[in-house]
Design a protein around this ligand. Structure first.
Ligand code: 4NP
Length: 155
């Protein structure tokens, strides 16, 4: 079983979308029995909420479902339960790494953009205040990164 946790700030835009896209791609390969996939936010601000309606709309246009409800990243349990902890921006990366208990924990944390093949960028930008184009851009980046992440985990 491979376990992947996607992490952003609020867990209502970027990370639930990464989760939804990755899960869909895993299902297309018939590999859902081999993966545990989840997402979380470093902030508790939106805990229990559905993904942002704008994010659900832009994901839905490309055929992705975003059913997950926001939860906060839990350093105690998430470092135990996940092998790949994938952060969306530099702030998320720093916050999660700061919560690591060991070198092994730290090595689990990787940047989502490090998997991108088409986009040459270092962060998945927060779309919250960026309008429609921001959400489409996030979709493009996350599809790119999810494709390559799945290729890497199934090679
Ligand atoms: P996310 O986006 O981290 O991709 O879920 C955000 C959602 C909400 C806020 C910030 C980022 N906020 O400040 O409320």
């Amino acid at each position: 079983m491979k376990s992947v946790l996607f992490v952003c700030l609020g867990n209502i835009c970027r990370s639930p979308t990464a989760e939804g896209i990755f899960l869909q791609k895993v299902k297309e390969l018939g590999l859902e029995d081999q993966f545990k996939i989840d997402s979380a936010g470093t902030s508790a601000h939106h805990v229990g909420e559905e993904a942002d309606g704008r994010m659900q709309f832009h994901a839905g246009k490309r055929g992705y479902n975003l059913p997950s409800l926001a939860r906060q990243f839990n350093p105690k349990t998430d470092f135990l339960n996940f092998d790949y902890i994938i952060t969306m921006d530099d702030s998320n990366y720093r916050n999660v790494v700061a919560d690591a208990h060991s070198e092994d924990d730290r090595n689990k944390v990787q940047k989502m953009t490090s998997f991108c093949k088409v986009h040459n960028i270092t962060e998945v930008p927060d779309p919250y205040y960026r309008g429609e184009a921001g959400f489409e851009h996030v979709m493009d980046i996350l599809e790119d990164a999810c494709t390559e992440l799945l290729a890497k985990l199934t090679e």
